[in-house]
Design a binder for this molecule. Structure first.
Ligand code: AKG
Length: 328
């Protein structure tokens, strides 16, 4: 499948900002957008499926949020027959997800599974099947080239079962990002990058593929920030025009998030995972990567993002419909 996304992997120039380029990419990948016809109809959106897409085209619909973002979520969850299938420790984490916006799954993967995962990444890099993208830190979509990563991690049945329960719908595995060193990414919420209508139908699972410490760059996050309003490109000066994505839109979004953190006096926490631990976060949880205190340290990790079925999936920051592609 032709994908400008792949060609663009290392490209940082002005074409990245041209909405027309994305429309061409949408046309080239139109088979992966056809399902949107029925969804646009369902949600009353009169728009060609190839055109740019953003939050400004939708009327907010809180009734469409996932069940655990609705009133009395804790009570409803604890009464749900599915809740009882989970161990007491997972049940505790599920409560934490509702109240604080994240879950910690200690020792979710065995050390030997993680060792094998790391071997697969090394091999894929050696064989040049994957590479770092333009950020210099992210290896996108390793699952497409490794059955092991796909089946044991991205589509791990125990993980999928848990995510389906949390989201109250079947999840759609969207993509994976591997890191060899810490991201040092500023505070953000993923929802601006992977957006849905109705809002909130996204969840992320981050796996520590080696021990994480301040030396190699922990994850940081702000408990309860998931309950703040979702931010869109209309909530900060994105610089978007009819034809272009704003030059510093992402930087300005992250500046806005800083403001939100200050204004709401959010408390920062860090996660120092061990090899095989999984940290799951809510679509709107503010998080990022702490600075690497010991230069040159590795911090192997993988984050996987999951949309849910029956919602419109897009990228608010670049105003694109999401291309949900099968494995090649
Ligand atoms: O791995 C990290 O350091 C942060 C990753 C992250 O913020 C993200 O994937 O959204």
């Amino acid at each position: 499948m032709i994908s400008l996304g792949k060609l663009f992997g290392k490209y940082t120039g002005v074409l990245r900002r041209l909405k027309a380029v994305y429309v061409i990419n949408n046309w080239l990948n139109r088979n992966h957008l056809l399902h949107n016809k029925a969804l646009y109809k369902k949600y009353g959106l009169k728009r060609n499926i190839l055109l740019p897409l953003g939050s400004h085209l939708f009327q907010p619909n809180p009734l469409g949020h996932p069940w655990l973002d609705q009133g009395e979520a804790l009570k409803k969850m604890q009464e749900h027959v599915g809740y009882k299938q989970f161990s007491p420790s997972i049940q505790q984490e599920l409560k934490r997800f509702v109240e604080d916006g994240y879950m910690i799954l200690k020792g979710f993967y065995k050390p030997e599974e993680v060792t094998q995962h790391n071997r697969e990444i090394e091999l894929l890099l050696d064989q040049k099947k994957v590479d770092f993208n333009y950020t210099g830190r992210k290896i996108m979509e390793s699952y497409k080239y490794s059955d092991y990563i796909d089946e044991h991690f991205f589509r791990n049945p125990r993980l999928i079962q848990l995510l389906n329960f949390v989201m109250g719908k079947e999840v759609i595995p969207f993509h994976t990002i591997n890191f060899i060193k810490g991201s040092e990414q500023r505070a953000h919420s993923d929802f601006i990058h992977m957006s849905t209508f109705p809002q909130g139908h996204l969840i992320a699972a981050w796996t520590a593929l080696e021990e994480v410490s301040p030396d190699n760059g922990t994850l940081f996050f702000y408990p309860k920030s998931h309950r703040l309003p979702y931010l869109s490109t209309q909530d900060y000066p994105s610089g978007n025009t009819k034809w272009l994505i704003g030059k510093d839109s992402n930087k300005r979004f992250e500046d806005k998030i800083e403001e939100v953190i200050q204004k709401n006096h959010l408390e920062k926490k860090i996660f120092q995972g061990n090899k095989g631990d999984v940290f799951v976060w809510h679509a709107n949880l503010i998080h990022g990567g702490s600075p690497i205190e010991k230069p040159g340290s590795s911090r192997k990790s993988m984050v996987a993002h999951y949309f849910t079925k029956e919602v419109i999936c897009f990228h608010e920051i670049s105003q694109r419909p999401a291309l949900i592609q099968p494995k090649v």
